[in-house]
Design a protein around this ligand. Structure first.
Ligand code: MG
Length: 490
């Protein structure tokens, strides 16, 4: 019995050793990259992440043919900040972006930042974004100026228009094609279909060259819409219908990859930008068993479902619970395509050993940081997560219904410019609560419910010391820089 096991281990080691150099050799084929990013999708809204009332067969297939990452983290639990990190490989406050930009914002991604599409474009990749950009709407911030060859989508969130559930003074939502506004207030029930159509056209047009296709879907961010074909299909109401249409989109993109003979040489990544917008009740997703959702640094806000597939490179059918962060995608992809990293400091690290399933591969980060805007609220190291005392948003009482947030009856129309945690609370029906410094062991307590700080003073001290170092690097009170798009270098 022992001999075959040893042979298997030795054989596996040879395979791993022989694959590792080949993958990064100068003449090794470079993968195409397809990155599909849902908006406000909850941790448990997919069949392969436990949803029983939403059918997601196409996304589930990615879990069968690829790896399911159960500890995938975005850097901040809100749209702009999360996307800034995804695109730059940096904590969002390092690149001076926080919260969610809107039509009044003057800030955006700085010209000096090097975005993932820029790295890939320099390596000869065709690049396109079909969906929500959210890194600045002024001309200088256009995705076409930041590495994307094509853009079709919206500059900020889909509630940033006359369909905002609370604020009624917002001008029309533009749908942009290239650098021109194509339509105003487009039919939102057609977003998923139209973005998918453009994605498939892009694949067909670029099948003979390397490409980076980024599909940051508009849905299921409120206000949610499904097309006629998907309305009434799921057992989770309209929200479920919307997610099932997103699943259809993944199936269409996958079918195009297969039809064009590209699936084998394409790394497909699916994730969400942050957790569910819980104040919207039945129009929001779920993050169970995680605590809270979007806009909080509890797990429900920053841990999102994630799947990756690259045949013969990423192991099929595997579940990986090792932490992987969205900031790690840029340096990891850069390594795969043999692109040099930006010259300025970035925060993400190469996690290819984890993605490819190398035995005992561990996160290269000593800790992961969770900022809300410019405030360091929590830090994770190993299984430990330490929350520093901070205010957070929660839904008190019944959540919203029919597309309205909690407490809607009591709300006065609010301005979208009102910033800070109380502005968000008043605009979206949340209550502000405070958590005192608390230590959780995520291995035993994924729901962050049992503070074990008193029993583990040495762990608290260790994490506090790491946080102090991080504050020295990234700061912890950048209110004068907030949203400025200016890089923090210390
Ligand atoms: Mg979002």
């Amino acid at each position: 019995m022992i001999a075959p096991t040893c042979r298997t281990i030795v054989g596996l080691a040879i395979v791993l050793l022989s694959h590792a150099p080949a993958l990064f050799a100068a003449d090794a084929p470079r993968p195409n990259i397809v990155l599909i990013f849902a908006d406000d999708l909850g941790y448990s809204d997919l069949g392969c992440f436990g949803a029983k009332d939403i059918h997601t067969p196409n996304i589930n297939r990615l879990a069968v043919e690829g790896t399911r990452f159960t500890s995938f983290y975005v850097s901040q639990p809100v749209c702009t900040a999360s996307r800034a990190s995804l695109m730059t490989g940096c904590y969002a406050n390092r690149v001076g972006l926080a919260g969610a930009l809107n039509h009044t914002s003057k800030a955006g991604i700085h010209a000096d930042e090097v975005l993932l599409p820029e790295l890939l474009q320099q390596r000869g990749y065709a690049t396109a974004i079909f969906g929500k950009w959210h890194l600045g709407h002024r001309p200088e911030f256009s995705p076409l100026r930041h590495g994307f060859g094509e853009f079709f989508g919206i500059p900020y969130s889909n509630d940033n228009g006359p369909l905002h559930p609370v604020v009624k003074t917002i001008p029309s939502l533009p749908l942009i094609d290239g650098d021109k506004t194509d339509e105003l207030d487009p039919d939102q029930s057609q977003f998923t279909r139209r973005l998918t159509q453009r994605a498939c056209q892009f694949l067909a047009a670029n099948k003979d060259r390397p490409f980076f296709l980024y599909v940051p879907h508009v849905m299921p961010h409120v206000p949610i819409f499904a097309s006629e074909r998907f309305k009434g299909r799921s057992a989770r109401g309209l929200y479920g219908d919307v997610v099932e249409e997103l699943d259809w989109s993944v199936g269409e993109i996958d079918a195009a990859l297969n039809r064009l003979g590209l699936a084998e040489k394409t790394l497909v990544i699916f994730a969400s930008d942050n957790g569910p917008f819980l104040s919207y009740g039945e129009h929001a997703g779920r993050a169970t068993p995680l605590r809270e959702g979007k806009l909080t640094t509890f797990e429900g806000g920053v841990r999102t479902p994630c799947l990756m597939r690259w045949p013969r490179k990423i192991r099929p059918g595997r579940i990986c619970d090792e932490p992987v962060a969205s900031i790690d995608l840029l340096p990891t992809i850069a390594k795969l395509v043999r692109a040099p990293l930006p010259k300025h400091p970035i925060d993400g690290l190469d996690v290819w050993p984890i993605l490819s399933g190398q035995s005992n591969a561990r996160t290269p980060h000593e800790s992961l940081l969770f900022f809300s805007g410019d405030e360091l609220q929590a830090i994770r190291s190993g299984d430990w997560k330490l929350h520093f005392a901070h205010d957070y948003l929660t839904v008190a009482g019944p959540p919203g219904q029919a597309g309205k947030p909690a407490n809607f009856e009591k709300m006065q129309p609010k301005s979208i410019e009102e910033s800070g945690i109380r502005g968000i609370a008043s605009r979206h029906g949340y209550e502000v609560r405070r958590i005192e410094q608390s230590l959780f062991n995520l291995k035993d307590d994924l729901g962050e419910s049992c503070n074990v700080a008193d029993k583990n003073p040495e762990v608290v001290r260790r994490l506090e010391a790491m946080a102090e170092q991080a504050r020295g690097d990234l700061g912890d009170s950048l209110s004068n820089r907030r949203g400025s798009g200016v890089r923090v270098v210390r």
